[in-house]
Design a protein around this ligand. Structure first.
Ligand code: F6P
Ligand code: MN
Length: 325
């Protein structure tokens, strides 16, 4: 089975980027080990602190963030990092050529129930002009990413990654510590009968989403003429993995509750990397009003509404926004 290194070379990734990705993944392997120890290592539960977004941090959020921060800072390849768990950007090597953004532990509430969690990351070039502590360099649209992916800590540890030449999925072989290419060039089926959305938020949705989900729920008796099934892992990384593997539509739409949070998911750490993976696998990623990867970030922790998945299903969903039917 092909190893990560040879696939990255095959895809034309420059040597320094390959070395950076390998360094980042070394950190993820450590997180994978800590996560697998669970209650035995005393890593479960919450800390007494909140992150910049007002969410109580789990111990594993803090540990995972620290592992990635230390690993990337020591590598020399990185000029600065931005993390969901940091208030602002973390300066690294002023001579580094890359910027890395990450959600160190997506779905961390799932740690309490030994369910799916993961690390989501993206990499862009560091502009020459930037100072290492300058957050404005991170305010680039997703189209500027040179690599993105996630590591899923499940029954097996898997990596989904793209450098812009298709989306490939690898499985960590814990006997020798390498990621092996188990699902080359994944293609998301264009049609689906599966959707993922937190329906308990229905009263806060806008009309297009209410109407679209209403038509899915109507099944064979409704305008879509088929029965749908619903799945919700409550970790984006788990839901997106399912959609990449067997199709579906995943949504965290605009929410009327708080105008300063026009969606739950963060553009830099969650929406953009998943959008890159989805598009490279033939799927679509949209906010309802445009391509996610073309959103110009205004601040590093910005949130966006997200609709990702099977091409035809996302296109159908978007027609509800166009006509407001
Ligand atoms: O990181 C935010 C996140 O945990 C996602 O991973 C997940 O898709 C979503 O929030 C779950 O939201 P809710 O609490 O509405 O189920
Ligand atoms: Mn997350």
């Amino acid at each position: 089975m092909k190893r990560l290194n040879s696939q990255l070379q095959h895809d034309g990734a420059p040597l320094e980027l390959i070395l950076l990705i390998r360094t980042l993944l070394a950190g993820c392997k450590e997180i994978s080990f800590r996560v697998s120890q669970g209650a035995l290592a005393g890593v479960l539960g919450s800390t007494l602190s909140e992150n910049v977004q007002g969410e109580t941090q789990k111990k594993l959020d803090v540990i995972s963030n620290q592992i990635l921060k230390d690993t990337l800072r020591d590598s020399g390849y990185v000029k600065a990092i931005s993390s969901e768990e940091e208030d602002t950007v973390v300066p690294c090597n002023p001579e580094g050529n890359y910027l890395v953004s990450f959600d160190p532990l997506d779905g961390s509430s799932n740690t309490e129930i030994n369910s799916l969690i993961g690390t989501i990351f993206s990499i862009t070039h560091a502009p020459q002009w930037m100072e290492a502590d300058d957050p404005s360099a991170f305010l680039q649209p997703g189209t500027q990413m040179v690599a993105a992916g996630y590591v899923l800590y499940g029954p097996s540890t898997m990596l989904a990654m793209t450098t812009g030449r298709g989306t490939h999925i690898y499985t960590l072989d814990k006997t020798h510590g390498g990621f092996l290419l188990t699902h080359p060039n994944v293609k998301v089926p264009e049609e689906t009968k599966e959707f993922a959305i937190n329906t308990s938020n229905e009263r806060h949705w806008e009309e297009p989403v209410k109407n679209y989900i209403g038509d899915l729920l109507a099944g064979t008796e409704g305008p879509r003429g088929k029965d749908y099934n619903m799945r919700w892992v409550a970790a984006m990384v788990g839901d997106i993995h399912r959609v990449l593997c067997r199709g579906g539509i995943f949504m965290y739409p605009f929410d009327k509750r708080n105008p300063s949070k026009p969606g739950k998911l963060r553009l830099l750490y969650e929406a953009n990397p998943m959008a890159f993976l989805m598009e490279q696998a033939g799927g679509l990623a949209n906010t309802g009003h445009g391509r996610i990867m073309e959103v110009m970030p205004k601040e590093i922790h910005q949130r966006v509404p997200t609709i990702l998945g099977s091409k035809e299903e996302v296109e159908t969903c978007l027609t509800y926004y166009q006509t407001d039917k």
